[in-house]
Write a protein that binds this ligand. Structure first.
Ligand SMILES: NC(=O)c1ccc[n+]([C@@H]2O[C@H](COP(=O)([O-])OP(=O)(O)OC[C@H]3O[C@@H](n4cnc5c(N)ncnc54)[C@H](OP(=O)(O)O)[C@@H]3O)[C@@H](O)[C@H]2O)c1
Length: 240
């Protein structure tokens, strides 16, 4: 797809991979809208990158999604690309985990992108060169037992992305998936022992993850698997 002169919305992009996507996509002459929840982080991003458009959004809250939609279709009627990037990861031990936190990752990482897609799809369907990209993870293909619900949420998002692609086959919207490997800004934080084990896994710089995403989008590669994620997908197919 053409990666110039688009209007791109990236959720959860006041830090990490989302912010790096925003910077690289802005450098390619796109209008970029980023969202966040934390006011201080949003203000500091706006200060550092005045050309970025920063809006509040909580993807677990339907009212917040609808109010963002109402504002964006007025402010950016040409919005043609949605990147569902917002996500969180928790270290969960089934023997001790509290019931209240068990659905957090499913709500943010899986229900969030589904609600965002359902809200923005009618608008995106009317645009040219349009696309939705869902950020899953290498862990979608090879579950990480220390973060079991994160793994489940990302596999769910992978499956949802495949169905969405099939249902929209006859439209002009392209449905992409980016499955990053562990990056140099890792999300996992668990016990000392778990952290030591995870620290042995190689890390890919987020700049490289995003460069791979951009090359993949330009080549219409619908499943983008940077670095280790390719291998995780192969191993995942043969595990019990
Ligand atoms: N880092 C890795 O190694 C890695 C590897 C594979 C996949 N990924 C995926 O890449 C994506 C970006 O992660 P990251 O590493 O860049 O992490 P990050 O820096 O922690 O960014 C996550 C973003 O998601 C936002 N977010 C969390 N809950 C939200 C909610 N309910 N509503 C709206 N926004 C919410 C956060 O916003 P606030 O700052 O406002 O909380 C933050 O901006 C995630 O989907 C993650 O699963 C990351």
């Amino acid at each position: 797809m053409e990666l110039k002169n688009n209007t791109i919305l990236i959720t959860g992009a006041t830090s990490g991979i989302g912010l790096e996507m925003a910077k690289q996509l802005m450098n390619l002459d796109n209008t970029v809208i980023v969202t966040g929840r934390n006011k201080e982080k949003m203000e500091s991003v706006k200060k550092m990158y005045p050309s970025l458009n920063v809006y509040p959004l909580d993807v677990t809250d339907v009212t917040s999604i609808h109010s963002l939609y109402d504002r964006l279709i007025k402010d950016f009627p040409k919005l043609n690309i949605l990147i569902n990037n917002a996500g969180l990861m928790k270290s969960i031990q089934f023997t001790s985990a509290k019931m209240e936190i068990l659905t957090d990752e499913i709500t943010t990482n899986l229900a969030g992108p589904i609600l965002m897609t359902q809200t923005f799809l009618p608008h995106i369907l009317r645009q040219k060169n349009s696309a939705i990209l869902n950020v899953t993870s290498g862990i979608a293909y090879f579950p990480f037992d220390k973060a079991p619900l994160y793994s489940a949420s990302k596999l769910g998002l992978h499956s949802y992305t495949q169905s969405l692609r099939k249902q929209l086959k006859k439209t002009n919207v392209k449905i992409f998936e980016l499955a990053p490997p562990r990056t140099d800004k890792p999300m996992f934080s668990g016990s000392e022992e778990d952290n030591a084990q995870v620290d042995r896994i190689p890390q890919m710089p987020i700049e490289k993850v995003v460069q791979t995403m951009i090359t993949g989008l330009k080549r219409d590669k619908l499943l983008i698997l940077p670095g280790m994620s390719k291998l995780l997908r192969i191993i995942g197919k043969i595990q019990l």
